[in-house]
Design a protein around this ligand. Structure first.
Ligand SMILES: [Cu+2]
Length: 168
């Protein structure tokens, strides 16, 4: 009896841990009808000139919005990139007209897909570093979002959110 109780308590503790760490690492940020979630960056190798960041944008309103531009304190330029299949090869391309955020939609920028590109890095992005990004939405306006660098270069999610899913 004592053993099973202890086991149950431990299971609850362990199951609750990633969520707690996740909330601390990537706070949900509201701006207008939008909510920014899961923002994180990948650490970069020494000497790299570009870095990458990901986030999820939830449009809880009934009007479409658009992420038109971004700036960051780590790079000279910050671009919005999409991934597209071209001649059988996955290639990335700048979305010069920005990224549509349809009404009621959840738009997730995640590894392997669309992303925020930090171009002409001023310095290396190390695990745990926080990149201060300003996102500029057509309707919702500007919002500052911290992109914390994950623990590994292959991180698929913010540190702590899916500890077992990092690909080294
Ligand atoms: Cu890119």
């Amino acid at each position: 009896m004592k053993h099973s109780l202890a086991g149950a308590a431990l299971a609850v503790f362990v199951a609750g841990l990633p969520l707690t760490a996740f909330a601390a690492d990537a706070p949900s940020i509201a701006v207008g009808a939008l909510k920014i979630e899961n923002a994180f960056a990948r650490p970069t190798p020494n000497g790299a000139t570009v870095g990458v960041g990901y986030l999820t944008i939830v449009n809880g309103g009934n009007a479409p919005d658009r992420l038109v531009s971004a700036t960051s304190d780590v790079s000279a330029k910050t671009q919005i990139h999409e991934m597209k299949m071209q001649d059988g090869v996955m290639q990335m391309r700048e979305l010069t007209n920005g990224l549509a955020i349809p009404a009621g939609a959840t738009v997730a920028l995640h590894p392997g897909g669309d992303h925020i590109m930090f171009v002409d890095l001023k310095h290396q992005v190390k695990p745990g570093d926080v990149i201060n990004v300003t996102l500029n939405f057509q309707k919702a306006g500007k919002v500052s979002v911290p992109f914390k660098a994950a623990a590994s270069m292959g991180a698929m999610a913010p540190s702590g959110a899916m500890g077992g899913m990092n690909m080294q």
